[in-house]
Design a protein around this ligand. Structure first.
Ligand SMILES: Cc1ncc(COP(=O)(O)O)c(C=O)c1O
Length: 360
């Protein structure tokens, strides 16, 4: 028996499982030189201008950050062309997704999501005492918004749509989401989780431009963790109707968007051209990995994020272990498939060669 009287929802909760690190794999398998392609991180450090801004700000960490992140909000507002009161800043976009659950979901309420999707959703919903209602993806790994709409009931408070979806990598268009909105009651929030937006096809539309303003119950979440290479600093933002933003702000843990996180995000927005160069190089690498895998006969959906989903079903654990023993750490979802993050050119070469080796 544990100490204290833990809430049953917490004692019954499986801990969030982050991607295995290279060092851990090295220790487990007695190898050296492992690479981690397991957490959809950016393999590149942020541009020098962003690093300098963070370094210059480091001496100021004796002070609390600006809890309201006013400078970052106003910069985001100008960039996105929305009012500053339509933007919330959070501790990564995970923080904002948790804030949505804390602010809107009570015990007995339901949150609907296609599944498989981002592994933090079940945790955030369980913590509120609410129930996650999962809707299966289609055979070809897509989100079927018709089935999602069919799962909405009187207890539904929110719908989580990751686009591009993690781990399957396919994205929804804003036209599809807009037509789905006709089937969603106006008092149900639709969270469009765009953690990987910067890697997806721009012709799919921009939810901030196309949906915010038109549908007051849409919340778009985005992050500086992926394309901007600031995962370790934890900054994300949400764009929504001011009435929703006001509630999200109330449940933000004080100062959890730390000072360096705010400085780094502002500097990143000042360095968009340099960041785009890094994103473009990752997109070129993604094409190369896709071609390499297709040459090997692999069958998988066209990726729209900085990762590839290989639905290898029952072979998942065996292939993931074989890759890991050879120093290539990917993210297995037992019985379903492996998710492989696009890394640096050297890392991708190594993955392709090792994958060919273990699957031949
Ligand atoms: C779909 C999705 N949403 C949100 C996040 C959260 O990212 P962060 O909290 O770093 O912004 C992730 C991270 O992997 C993700 O895959």
């Amino acid at each position: 028996m544990g100490v204290g009287r833990v809430r049953p929802v917490v004692s019954g909760l499986a801990a969030y499982r982050p991607g295995k690190g290279a060092k851990q794999a090295e220790a487990e398998h007695g190898i050296t030189d492992a690479i981690k392609l397991a957490s959809n991180e950016n393999p590149y450090s942020p541009p020098a201008s962003v690093l300098k801004a963070i370094q210059d700000a480091a001496a100021g960490v004796n002070r609390y950050s600006d809890h309201g992140a006013a400078a970052l909000r106003s910069k985001l507002a100008g960039w996105l062309g929305v009012e500053a009161d339509c933007i919330a800043v959070g501790c990564g976009s995970s923080g904002l997704l948790q804030q949505v659950c804390v602010a809107y979901v009570e015990a007995g309420d339901e949150v609907v999501t296609p599944w498989r999707s981002f592994e933090a959703y079940p945790i955030f919903v369980a913590l509120t005492g609410g129930d996650l209602v999962t809707v299966p993806l289609t055979e070809d790994h897509r989100i079927d918004l018709g089935t999602v709409a069919g799962a909405i009931g009187p207890k539904t408070k929110a719908i989580m749509l990751a686009t591009p979806n993690n781990p399957t990598g396919l994205a929804l268009s804003t036209a599809e989401i807009a037509s789905f909105m006709n089937n969603v009651p106006t008092d149900v929030l639709v969270v469009v989780d765009e953690a990987y937006r910067e890697f997806s096809d721009p012709s799919l539309g921009d939810p901030v431009q196309d949906l915010i303003g038109r549908f007051p119950n849409v919340v778009v979440t985005r992050t500086f963790s992926k394309a901007y290479g600031l995962a370790g600093l934890r900054t994300g933002y949400a764009v929504a109707d001011p009435g929703v933003i006001e509630q999200l702000d109330k449940v933000l843990l004080a100062f959890s968007v730390n000072f360096l996180a705010q400085v780094g995000a502002i500097a990143a927005l000042d360095s968009l051209d340099e960041i785009q160069i890094l994103v473009d190089s990752l997109l070129a690498e993604r094409s190369r990995v896709v071609d390499g895998l297709r040459d090997l006969g692999a069958d998988f959906p066209d990726p729209q994020g900085n990762f590839v989903w290989l639905p290898i079903g029952e072979r998942t654990d065996e292939v993931a272990l074989a890759l890991e023993q050879r120093g290539v750490v990917v993210r297995p979802f037992s019985g379903e498939g492996i998710r492989v993050t696009i890394g640096s050119p050297e890392e991708n070469d190594r993955f392709l060669a090792t994958f060919a080796d273990v699957t031949s």
